[in-house]
Write a protein that binds this ligand. Structure first.
Ligand SMILES: *Cc1c(COP(=O)(O)O)cnc(C)c1O
Length: 396
């Protein structure tokens, strides 16, 4: 392909993206404390943040990070395996294992890197991976990279998964991979049934607790803890970039499994370790999560209020679930973008999610709440939403 042909190819693909109303533009945003942000000079209530426990701006995390920055500088300088692993990395891994109630834990540069690396290390050509249709892109990419046979199932009807598990015979491993809380739907994986199936068919169950770490379960370990199956899930992945308010992915499990991951997962071996200051902040954050359980209580109360209110609206679909992720399904991508723009004018930043992030015909606004949002913020949001819905959506 010549240089002009290459430019033409880029232009033509961009046209396709724009024609499908799927073009994503870049915006510069400044986070503020209290569930707020500034966008294009306007202060907004931020309903698109994954900082569920309002910890990213917490002064104690900032102090911990600042002290570590002064001590160790900014970058880690090398991969963890070579020389990038500082005492903050060790401390955080120890603390994660204690938080998760496991023997050990291992850090990754991000949740994406953890998922991509762990799935592709665990699965190979002779194996079969059973992947939920709504799984996060990082898990799907891991499945593809592994070269394993891929079978897709839906968590709202496990019949297909069972039939597919029955069909697979022979030597290869069977690996069931799922989000625990689905990031775009807020729906919950049926972990008890998945554990039953995994045990019946001797499959490895791997779950991604990205949206559950810190907020679900009696001590914040995640949905597996909430549903009483943490000890039955073989591979538990989490992220530090959401409720923990920092950055990084992790796996918690037995010492042997963690040693194996340390030696086998390429996204950990070939990527620079997390900045030490981030690890120091995450250590502080885990302590706060354990000490201040009320943050989770407030979060779930606010979410229940908003979900109930929204479910009374007749012109939108709100899937029933619990927790801080609340999708408002509008189907059409243009209408979704219009309403998001109008809400922004009214002072609310809401994620507008379109294909390919979600299936065709299910474009949506995705609300994610934090414990910093006040009741009054939510009531004003509902009023603004109602006005915008009246302009853009016919009653069904
Ligand atoms: C956000 C997310 C990830 C990626 O985590 P990062 O730390 O942001 O890379 C992985 N899985 C799920 C389900 C997520 O929502």
């Amino acid at each position: 392909m010549s240089s002009p042909e290459f430019s033409e190819w880029i232009e033509s693909d961009l046209r396709q993206i724009r024609d499908a109303a799927l073009f994503r533009s870049r915006r510069t945003f400044r986070p503020l404390p209290g569930g707020r942000c500034v966008l294009d000079g306007q202060t907004l209530i931020n309903l698109s943040s994954n900082d569920y426990l309002d910890l990213a701006h917490d002064q104690r995390l900032i102090s911990a990070a600042t002290a570590a920055l002064a001590e160790m500088g900014v970058g880690a300088r090398a991969s963890a395996l070579v020389s990038g692993r500082t005492e903050w990395h060790t401390k955080l891994e120890t603390q994660l294992a204690q938080f998760e109630g496991t023997e050990a834990a291992i850090l990754f540069p991000s949740g994406y890197a953890a998922n991509l690396g762990v799935v592709s290390a665990l699965a190979s050509e002779q194996d079969t991976v059973f992947c939920d249709r709504l799984n996060h892109a990082s898990l799907i990419d891991g499945c593809r990279l592994s070269g394993a046979r891929l079978r897709v199932f839906r968590h709202d009807s496990l019949g297909k998964l069972k039939r597919e598990l029955e069909k697979v015979t022979g030597e290869g491993k069977k690996i069931i991979v799922t989000d625990s809380v689905f990031s775009m739907d807020g729906s919950l994986a049926p972990l008890v049934s998945l554990c039953d199936l995994a045990e019946e068919f001797q499959a490895i169950l791997m779950i991604d607790e990205a949206h559950a770490t810190g907020i679900w379960g009696a001590t914040g370990r995640g949905l597996a803890e909430e549903l009483g199956v943490a000890h039955r899930v073989m591979v538990r992945i989490g992220t530090l970039s959401k409720a923990v308010g920092t950055l990084g992915g992790f796996v918690a499990g037995s010492s042997a499994m963690i040693d194996w991951l340390w030696n086998r997962v390429r996204t950990q071996i070939y990527s620079t370790a997390l900045p030490p200051a981030i690890c120091a902040a995450a250590c502080q954050s885990l302590e706060i999560i354990q000490a201040e359980q009320e943050r989770r209580c407030i979060l779930f109360e606010r979410a229940e209020f908003l979900r109930n209110e929204l479910q009374q609206r007749t012109n939108v679909t709100i899937p029933s679930s619990a927790g801080p992720i609340i999708p408002i399904i509008l189907q059409d991508p243009d209408i979704t973008m219009n309403i998001a723009a109008e809400l922004q004018e009214a002072g609310f930043l809401v994620g507008a999610i379109r294909p390919p992030t979600v299936p065709e015909g299910t474009s949506r606004l995705r609300i994610s709440l934090t414990c910093a949002h006040q009741q009054d913020d939510l009531e004003r949001f509902l009023k603004a939403l109602d006005r915008s819905l009246a302009r853009n959506v016919e009653s069904r």
